[in-house]
Design a protein around this ligand. Sequence first.
Ligand code: C2E
Ligand code: CA
Ligand code: CA
Length: 454
Amino acid sequence: MGLQAMEDLFAGRIRIENPSSKGPGGMKDSLTGLDRYEVFLKKLQKAIDEIGDKRIVVVYTDIRHFKYINDTYGYQVGDALLKDFVEEMTADNPYMICCSRVYSDNFIAANWMPDEVTSEAFRDFINKINQEREVRFREKYLNSRLQFCTGISTVDKNSRSHDAETVVSNANLARKVAKELENDSCVLFDNSMMEGIKREVEITSQVPRAIANHEFKVYYQPKIETDTLKLIGAEALVRWQKPDGTFVYPDQFIPFIERSGQVVDVDYYVYREAFRFLSERVAAGKRVVPVSLNVSRLHLNKMTILDYVQGLFDEYKLSPDLIEFELTESIYLDNTEKALQLVEGLHKMGTKVSMDDFGSGYSSLNLLSRLPIDIIKLDKVFLKDNNLQESDKIVISCMVDMAKKLQITSLCEGVETSEQSDYLKKVGCQIQQGYYFSRPIPQEQFEELLDQHQ
Ligand code: C2E
Ligand code: CA
Ligand code: CA
């Protein structure tokens, strides 16, 4: 069967056997009329038990940023969207075994796989469906961030597991991988993904010991004032040095410890180290510059960060203008209200707040004028080429201009060449940070820099 035939199949009309709910204890989900998840699992298990020479494909889809629909337009519209989605998913399809809503906006469907379709072709097909659906749904529900993320796993008689729950959890794992991708919305499960899980478990189980043993080290990356080329600040960046001397970089563990919640403790560890470092230098009468600290999105869940930081100020008697906080653009977008509360709390203590990674995602320009932030950090994506692209130049100069008009300081990160640095100077970007000036360096080395630049 070709793509067109499959599309026709999926484009048909809804066929829900029993749309009227039997209530919470019944066999059907009351909103969508789909089988309840327990029923789905039973049906899938039965199909797997009878698989013979056939193949089953399990499709796990989640609607990203669905919450905004509920938050912005209310639950009625949210419900209508879910029903719309189900209507498409269940469209007259002779290959369908069963489908269900796992919870909220997470859906699962099991299909017999047509003989002539490979798993890869099926994945590409879903990818295409998701993209087309995105366009339609974004238009209908006026939400430019709405996204469909799908993971698929297949079963045949030779598969490692013939357990329905495992097959679903494999598809779910592939969906999580899909969520991290920028261009593709559908990922096919393969066993190597289990290695990723093992790594995650290994890392997260070592974190408490690593904190206790002081394996986390704070590195400092200098910030340079464009006009004077003076060292005027630094960003604190965490490094994990294992007992065997090897380094683990933030990108290799922060995503894991954000999921486990441990990032809060690691951040606090970094904050305390930076406070201690600065206060010791102040006490010794040595030169200090403001240090900025990264704030994980996870702090918004607990909001203990304000008390913690206040505690550090009380303990180390540090002037608030020596500490800044970096919140990523996506934190502001995900939960503007909470982010606003956090910024206000930090401002009350007298610290500055920056918007990190500006331009890396779905930058919301009007967010800039609504949020009381002090600094924008233009993301390094704008400097991805050594020779600046004309389009990037335009964007950079416009953003610097806009920041200036809003009385926000502009900083550009990821500066790697003198050409880039010169261009930033030309357009009036006030602060620069990047390998061109210095990589993130250990505290001792940073102290030498500070002492040299008295
Ligand atoms: P970020 O906050 O955007 O930090 C800047 C990253 O860019 C750092 O990577 C830095 O080493 C790198 N970088 C600096 N200059 C250049 C350059 O010229 N070219 C290139 N290609 N890269 C440059 P790093 O240290 O690996 O950190 C990665 C990310 O991990 C950070 O991105 C931040 O989001 C997170 N992170 C680091 N430390 C912490 C921390 O203590 N707490 C939290 N919550 N997140 C942290
Ligand atoms: Ca940062
Ligand atoms: Ca950044």
